[in-house]
Design a binder for this molecule. Structure first.
Ligand SMILES: NC(=O)c1ccc[n+]([C@@H]2O[C@H](COP(=O)([O-])OP(=O)(O)OC[C@H]3O[C@@H](n4cnc5c(N)ncnc54)[C@H](OP(=O)(O)O)[C@@H]3O)[C@@H](O)[C@H]2O)c1
Length: 285
C-alpha cells in the first residue's frame, strides 16, 4: 500500500476494460464476486473509463458498489468519444461509438466536454468524487492546452476528483505532462516490452511523488517471444516498477485476482527482470 493525500493505493488494481464489452458483459453477480475478492485480498483500486462498454462499465460498477461497503479507490478516464444515450436508447451506445469512430471522431479533449465527462462518470458510478480523473490516451495537444489544464485544476478544487492524471505510453507526452505540475498520477503500459522506454519516466515520478499505475502486464508478445508465464511476467514487471506503483490486472476471475496480487507483491530480483526486458527489447517487436 502507498498513500498520496487522501488516497490509499493498493499494489494491485482491478482493470475493467473488458468487464462490460459488447456481447460478453459480466453480470452484476460476477462483478460483485470480484469486488468482494478485492476486499478480501486488500486490493482497493478500480480502474475504469467512460468509454469502457460505452458507459455500461461505470454503471455496472456503480450498481454493484451500492451493495458492497468499500473502501475502493476509483480511477476513471475521459477523452474518447462514446455514445451516452438515455434509456430506452441505451443499448444503441456501442453502435453510436462505432459510428463516431467511423466519422473520424475518435477522441475529444475539448475542456468543456472533459469537465462534463467527469460529471457524467460520477453520476454513473453513484459517488460524489473519484480518487483520480485521467485524460485517456492523452495527446500532446491535450497536455499543452492551458485552458484544459486550468479546467482540470478546477475539478480538483471543486472536490469532484482528488487528483488528475494522464494515461499514455508515449514518453514525450508523459514528460510534458509532468512538467506542467498539474498531474499527480500517470498510467502507462508496463509489460517487459515497454519497460526500457519508460523506466526514466517512472523514476522521475517516484522522485516527484507522482503515482504510477501500470497496465498491459500480461502482454501476449512477451508470452510468444520470451516463452514466459503469467507469474513471471507479473513478478518481473513488479520488480522494474516503482515500489509504490499500482499494477492493474484485467480479470473477471477472483482466483486470478488473488494470484496476480500475490505475484505483484513478490517481485523477482531486479537484475533478472532487467535481463528479460533487455532480451525482449533486442527483439524489436
Ligand atoms: N490507455 C489506457 O488507459 C489503458 C490501456 C490498456 C489497459 N488499461 C487498463 O488496464 C487494465 C488491464 O488491461 P490489460 O490490457 O493491461 O490486461 P492484463 O491485465 O495485462 O491482461 C488481462 C488478461 O490476463 C488474464 N489474467 C489475469 N490474471 C491472470 C492470472 N493470474 N492467470 C492467468 N491469466 C490471467 C485475464 O483473463 P481472465 O479474465 O481469465 O483472468 C485477461 O485475459 C484494463 O482493464 C484497463 O483498466 C488502460
Amino acid at each position: 500500500m502507498s498513500k498520496s493525500p487522501n488516497i490509499t493505493w493498493s499494489r494491485l488494481g482491478l482493470g475493467t476494460g473488458t468487464l462490460a464489452s459488447l456481447g460478453r458483459a459480466s453480470s452484476a453477480k460476477d462483478v460483485e464476486r470480484i469486488l468482494v475478492s478485492m476486499l478480501e485480498n486488500g486490493v482497493s483500486v478500480i480502474d475504469t473509463a467512460n468509454t469502457y462498454g460505452s458507459t455500461a462499465c461505470e454503471r455496472l460498477i456503480g450498481r454493484v458498489m451500492k451493495n458492497i461497503q468499500g473502501p475502493f479507490t476509483l480511477v476513471t478516464k475521459a477523452g474518447y468519444c462514446h455514445g451516452d444515450l438515455p434509456l430506452p436508447l441505451r443499448p444503441l451506445n456501442p453502435f453510436l461509438k462505432k459510428a463516431l469512430q467511423r466519422m473520424g471522431r475518435q477522441q475529444c479533449f475539448e475542456p468543456t466536454y472533459i469537465a462534463k465527462c467527469l460529471e457524467r462518470s460520477l453520476y454513473r458510478l453513484g459517488i460524489e468524487r473519484v480518487s483520480t480523473f485521467m485524460l485517456h490516451d492523452a495527446t500532446m495537444e491535450a497536455v499543452t492546452n492551458d485552458h484544459l489544464l486550468s479546467v482540470l485544476e478546477n475539478l480538483k478544487t471543486s472536490g469532484k476528483t482528488v487528483l488528475v492524471g494522464v494515461s499514455t505510453g508515449d514518453p514525450e507526452i508523459l514528460q510534458h505532462a509532468l512538467s506542467t505540475g498539474v498531474f499527480g498520477v500517470i498510467q502507462t503500459p508496463a509489460s517487459l516490452r515497454h519497460a526500457q522506454a519508460l523506466q526514466s519516466v517512472w523514476h522521475q515520478c517516484e522522485a516527484a511523488g507522482i503515482h504510477v499505475i501500470a497496465n498491459h502486464i500480461y502482454d501476449p508478445h512477451c508470452f510468444r517471444h520470451l516463452g514466459v508465464n503469467h507469474e513471471l511476467l507479473m513478478r518481473a514487471s513488479a520488480s522494474l516498477l516503482p515500489e509504490g506503483a499500482t499494477i492493474l490486472c484485467g480479470t473477471r476471475n477472483p482466483s486470478h485476482l488473488r494470484q496476480s496480487n500475490e505475484w505483484a507483491s513478490n517481485p523477482i530480483p531486479r537484475p533478472d527482470a532487467e535481463r528479460l526486458a533487455e532480451e525482449i527489447y533486442a527483439m524489436e517487436i
